[in-house]
Design a protein around this ligand. Structure first.
Ligand SMILES: C[S@@+](CC[C@H](N)C(=O)[O-])C[C@H]1O[C@@H](n2cnc3c(N)ncnc32)[C@H](O)[C@@H]1O
Length: 285
C-alpha cells in the first residue's frame, strides 16, 4: 500500500486495499503507520460519553486532554497536503451545551498548529420529531476541516452540483437597480452577464450538506451514512490515495474509500467492530 509498508495488518492484506487494526488509534498509528503515509483522515470519534454503554466514553471535561495525543498522531501520519475532517457534536450537560467541541478546536489550533480551514454543516434531512424542555431537536452536525498547510489538495470539480432552477428564479426577481447598475457600469447591458450563467449546468456546492442519516450496514449504534465520508474523500483525495479512519466503527469510511478507488485504513478499539469492518470490506470483493 504506497511508499513504506504498513506493519501488522489485521486480516488478509489482499482485502480490496484495506488495512484494519484493533487497538487505540494513538498506539496503532505510532506502531504501524509511517510518517506522512495517509492522504486524508476522515472520522467521527466518540461524542464524549454519549455512547458509553456501547464503546466507552470520555467525560466532556476530560475530552480535550484525551483527544490531543490522538491528534498529534494524526498529524504525524498525514501527508503535508492532506486534510483531516472531524465529524463531532456537542452534548448537553446540566441543561446547557458543554463547550468541549469548541475547546478542542481551539486547542488543536493553539497547541498543534492545525489550520482550521472551514466548518461544514451536515443537515440530517430525515430527522424525526422530538420534544425537549429547553431546546429543539438537533438536526445537524458539524464537520471541521483541518489542514497542515495552506496548500492542501482540494478537487472542487468533483463535488459540483446541478445548477437547478436558481438562474430562472434569480432572473425573475431582478430589481431595477440590478439592471441599471450593470448596464451603467459595463455599457454592454445585463444580458452578457446572464449568459455567463445560462451556459452552465453545474455550480460549486455550499458548505451545508443535506444528507439523510441512513446507513447501509447496521451493527453499530453511531454509524454515519456512506455519502458523508464519500463527499469529503472525493473533495480531498485522488484515486489511489490512502484514507484513514482512526475511529472507524463499522467501517463506513473504508467502504466509501474503497468504492472510490482509494486505499483505506481503519482502526477501532472494539474487536466486534473490527470484525464487522472486515466482513464489510470482504463483501466488496
Ligand atoms: C462514532 S463511532 C464511529 C462510527 C463510524 N463512523 C461508522 O460509521 O461506523 C466511534 C468509534 O470509535 C471507537 N473508539 C473509541 N475510542 C477509540 C480509540 N481510542 N481508538 C480507536 N477507536 C476508538 C469506538 O469503538 C467507536 O466504534
Amino acid at each position: 500500500m504506497g511508499r513504506a509498508a504498513l506493519n501488522g495488518f489485521m486480516g488478509d492484506p489482499a482485502e480490496a486495499g484495506a488495512a484494519i487494526f484493533l487497538g487505540d488509534c494513538t498506539e496503532v498509528i505510532a506502531r504501524n503507520i509511517p510518517a506522512q503515509y495517509v492522504n486524508m483522515i476522515v472520522t467521527s470519534p466518540p461524542y464524549a460519553d454519549q455512547r458509553s454503554g456501547n464503546y466507552g466514553g470520555i467525560h466532556p471535561d476530560r475530552y480535550v486532554e484525551w483527544f490531543l495525543p490522538k491528534a498529534r498522531a494524526f498529524k504525524d501520519c498525514l501527508a503535508p497536503d492532506g486534510s483531516f475532517v472531524l465529524n463531532i457534536k456537542e452534548k448537553a450537560v446540566g441543561g446547557e451545551k458543554h463547550p468541549y467541541v469548541y475547546d478542542l478546536v481551539l486547542a488543536l489550533r493553539r497547541e498543534q498548529d492545525w489550520r482550521l480551514v472551514d466548518e461544514y454543516c451536515w443537515h440530517k434531512r430525515n430527522c424525526y420529531p422530538g420534544k425537549w424542555p429547553n431546546r429543539f431537536r438537533d438536526s445537524w452536525e458539524r464537520l471541521y476541516h483541518f489542514a497542515l498547510s495552506p496548500k492542501f489538495k482540494m478537487r472542487q470539480e468533483e463535488v459540483m452540483v446541478p445548477m437547478g432552477d436558481w438562474r430562472e428564479k434569480r432572473l425573475a426577481s431582478l430589481s431595477d437597480t440590478d439592471m441599471l447598475r450593470d448596464e451603467s457600469r459595463h455599457g454592454n447591458g445585463f444580458g452578457k452577464r446572464v449568459e455567463n450563467w445560462v451556459g452552465r449546468d453545474m455550480a460549486y456546492p455550499t458548505n451545508v450538506l443535506h444528507m439523510a442519516t441512513e446507513c447501509g450496514h447496521k451493527g453499530h449504534p453511531a454509524a454515519f451514512p456512506k455519502a458523508l465520508p464519500e463527499w469529503f474523500i472525493r473533495l480531498f483525495t485522488d484515486e489511489g490515495d490512502t484514507v484513514l479512519d482512526p475511529f472507524a466503527g463499522s467501517g463506513t469510511t473504508l467502504i466509501a474509500a474503497i468504492g472510490l478507488g482509494r486505499k483505506a485504513i481503519g482502526i477501532d478499539t472494539q474487536a466486534e467492530y473490527c470484525e464487522a469492518m472486515r466482513s464489510a470490506v470482504r463483501a466488496l470483493s
